[in-house]
Design a binder for this molecule. Sequence first.
Ligand code: ATP
Ligand code: MG
Length: 909
Amino acid sequence: MQNKPDGNSIRKTFIEFFEKKGHTFVPSSSLVPGGDQTLLFTNAGMVQFKDVFLGLDKRPYSRAVNSQKCMRVAGKHNDLEDVGRDDIHHTFFEMLGNWSFGDYYKKEAVTWAWELLTEVWKLDKTKLWVTCFEDELGEIDADIEAFNAWKEQPGIDPSHILKFGRKDNFWEMADVGPCGPCSEIHIDRGEKFCNKKDDPNHECRVNGNCTRYVELWNLVFMQYNRISPKELIPLPKKHVDTGMGFERIVSVLQDVDSNYKTDLLLPLMDVVLGLTGDSEEGRDRNLTPYRVIADHARAASFLISDGVVPGNIGRNYICRMIIRRAARFGTKLNLHEPFLAKVAQEVIRIYGDAYPGLKKNQATILDNLTREEKRFKKTLDTGLSYLDQMMEENKQSKLISGEAAFELYATHGLPFEITRDIAAENGYKVDEDAYQKAMEQHRIESGAGKEFGPLGGEDAEKYAAFFKEICNSGKLPKEGVIYDPYDASNLEQPILALIQDGDLVDTVSEGDVVEVVLKKTNFYIQSGGQVADTGTIAAKDGSWTITVEDVRKPTTGLIVHLGQVTKGSPMVADTAVTAIDFKRRQDIMRNHTATHLLHAGLRKILGIHVRQAGSLVAPDRLRFDFTHPDGMTKDEIRKVEDFVNQAVLDNKPLHKVEKSLQQAIDEGAMALFGEKYGEQVRTVVIGEEEVTSYELCGGTHVDDTGEIGTFIIISEGSAAAGIRRIEAVTGREAQALIKKRLTQLESTAEKLQVPVDQVEDKLVAVLELEKQLEKENHDLQKKDAFAKYIDAKEKIENVGEIAVLTLYVKEVIPDTLRELADRFKGEIKDGVAVFATTNAKGDPVLLVACTPTVIKKGIKAGDVVNAAAEVVGGRGGGRPDLAQAGGKDATKIEEALEKAKEFVKNKLK
Ligand code: ATP
Ligand code: MG
C-alpha cells in the first residue's frame, strides 16, 4: 500500500475538511446509547444528536463533524448475516459524518460531499452515482431540492442522478423518531465486481443488490419526526445528518477490492494467518473465517472497551455471541486454543490513538476475550455433537426446532446465531420464531423479565401522542416537563394531565392507579443506577392525596408520576403540592455518594483497571459492579472500606457543577457506560484541595461526605466473567446493622457466660470440647459395634455353604462399618456380611462385604446392597467385594437385612 493514505489519515482528512467549513469536531459517543431504551446499540452517527433534532437538546455549535462507532447486529439494522460473507458490511464500523443543526441544508451538504470526493480525494466522477427520494406512494414530497443541487455539481453525469423510493431513500433510525429523505452516493467498482453475473434476472445497477455498486455515503435531510407508523410531523428546524462508511471509503482510497484488505482490517487477518500458518492464497480460498474473526475481534474489543462484557441478555449477549462466533470460525481454521486476545492486541494498536478507551481498557479487553473463549470451549464439543444429533434426527425436514436451538444455547452455550451458521453450512434451517418463543418462555419462567422486550417502548407512541396533545393545549411548552431533581423542596402547581389505563382522563377516584403530569418535577427518574423517588402529590386544600410509587419518562419530553389515589378525587387543573419522601431521598443520596467513594477506593486499592460496570443505588443499600479479574481478599475489602470511611471522617465537601463534556473529560472526570452525555454535563467532585473522586453524574448526592455516617461492605462476589460485585450499606442502614451485630454478640456472650471480648476464645474452647466428646462417643459406639459383631458372628447363619451375617448397629460412622467389613473378610472364608446403621440425619446406611469365593459364585456386593436398599427406599453401588447404599426409611432396616439374606439364598438356588 505504498503512497496510499493510511486509514487514520483518511479519517483525519475528513474531519479537517469539515472543520475548515466551520464544523466543530465532536468525539464519538459510546456504543451503548445513553438513556435510550429504544436502541440496543448506537447504529448511526445521529444517535447522540437525536434530541438536538427534536429540539430538546441544544449545542453551542450548529455544525459538527465526527467519526462515530457503530454496531449493526440487532434491531432495525442487523447486518450480521452479511458479515464475513461480503466485503462491505461489518458488525462494528465507523461512520464519518457532517452535521447541520438548523444551519445549512441540502445545497451545501451536496456541494461539500462532491467537493471532498472529487477534489480532495480525486475520485473518478464517471464512477460516481447519486440517488434522490421520490415517494412511490406519493404521500411524502419528492426531494426536488436535492435533485437540483446534484445537477449543479461540476462534472457530474446527469444520467447518474437517480430517484428511488422509501426503502432506499427515506432514512429512519427506528420505528419512531427523527427521519427524512436522503441522497446516497454510490461508487461503481467495475463490472468484474458484480457477484450476480450468473443470475439471468439480475439488473446490474445502483441498488441492484450486487457488489459492483457500493453505497459510500448517505446524506440524510432530517425534516420529520415519526410519531407512529402512519404519522410524520415536521421538525421545528431542518437538519443535515450524513454518514459515510469509513472502511468503505478507505478501501476505495487504498485501491483494494475489499474493506478487509485495508490497513484497518488486513493486519487483523494477518495475525490469524500467523497463527494458522496458512499462505495468503490459502487464506483467500477460505476467506470467510478470516473475515469473521477480524470483524468480530474488532467489534468485541470496542464493546468491552465500552463496558459491554459477555453475558446472557441484551447487549451482553451480543458480546458473548460475537466472541463465540469468532471462536467457532477459529475452529474451522484449526485454532482450538484461545487466540482472540492476540487479534485484539492488533485492534488496540491500530485504533488506540483514535479511541484511547481501547488502550485504557486493554487488560479488561484481553482478559474478557480469553475467559469467554475458555468458557465456550468447555461446552463446544457437547454442543456440536448435540447439534449433529439434531440434524441427524431431522434429515427429512432439514429443520432444527426452536426448542432444540434454545436447548443448544441454554445448556450447551451455543448462541442461536452459531447454530444458524452451522445449520446453514449443512443445508438446514432453524426455526427462529420458535426459538424466540422458547427463550421468552424461559425468561418469564426464570423471572428474568424482559430486558429488551419490543424495544422497551411498546407504549412510546401512545405517550408521544399524549405529549403532543398536552403541548397543543398550551399547558406545556414543547421542550417538555422541567426536570430538576437537585432541589428537593416541595413544589406547588396545577395538575396538567391525568392518565388512567392508557387514556387521558379529567378526574380519578380513591383507589385508582394513575399517572400524573406536571409542568415541573423534582422527583428523581431512575437512571445511572439510582432508583426513582417516591412521595406524595396532594391537593393544596387537603382534599385529596396521591401516593407516588414511581416516576418515569415514557417518551421524550414527557414525565409521569405513577401512583395511587389514597384519598379524595384529584382533577386536572387542581392545585397540587408535590413532596418527595425526603428521608428516603437522603438515604439514597448517602448511598450514591458512597458509591463514588467506593469506586475511587477500588481504583486506589486494586488498580486503575477497575471500572464501573453497573450499579444500584437504593435507599437501603448500594450495589456496585466493576471490572476486576479475581475475587478480593479480606484484606483488600477491609482497605477499601477503610478508604471510604476515612473520606467520611474527613467530611469532604461535594461540588456539583455543570460544564462542557470536553472540559470535564480533559480534567480527568470519570465517564460511565450507558449514560447519556449531552454537550453540557453535570460533574460531581468530592474533596477540595485533594480531589478524591471526579465523576460525570446526574444523580443526587449529599453536600458533605460526613452525612454518609458509616460505610460497611456486606458482600463481595462474582457478578459475571471478569466482573465483581460489592454490596454495601451506609447511614441508617449501617447503624442498624452495627446495632444488630452488637446485640447478637452480647446475647452470645451472655449465653456463653463470658464478657464480650472473650467470646471468641470461649467459643474456640467449646468447639474443641465438642470435637473431643464426639470422638469419645465414636470410640464408645465403635467398641459397642464390635461387641455386637462378635455376638452376631457367633450366631451366624449358613445359607448353603455360605455364612451370611447381618448386623444393625445404631449411629456409627461409615468408617466403622468398613472396619467391621474388613474384619469380617479376614475372619470368614466364604461369607457375605450386611451391615446397617443410621447417619446423623437418621437415614439408613447399608454396607455389604463379600469374600472372593462368594463373588466367584456370582454374588456381588453391589447387587446385594441394592436389593436391600430398595426396601429402605434407596440405591447404591461399589465394588463386587464391598458396596454401600443410602436410604430414606430407617424403620425398615431390619426388613432390609432380611431381604439381603433372601437375595443371597435365591442366588444360590
Ligand atoms: P447498505 O445498504 O450498504 O447496508 P445502509 O443503507 O444500511 O447501507 P446507512 O444506514 O445509510 O447504510 O449508513 C450510512 C453509511 O454507513 C453507508 O453509506 C455505508 O457506507 C456505511 N455502512 C452501513 N452499514 C454498514 C456496515 N454494516 N458496515 C460497514 N459500513 C456500513
Ligand atoms: Mg444496511
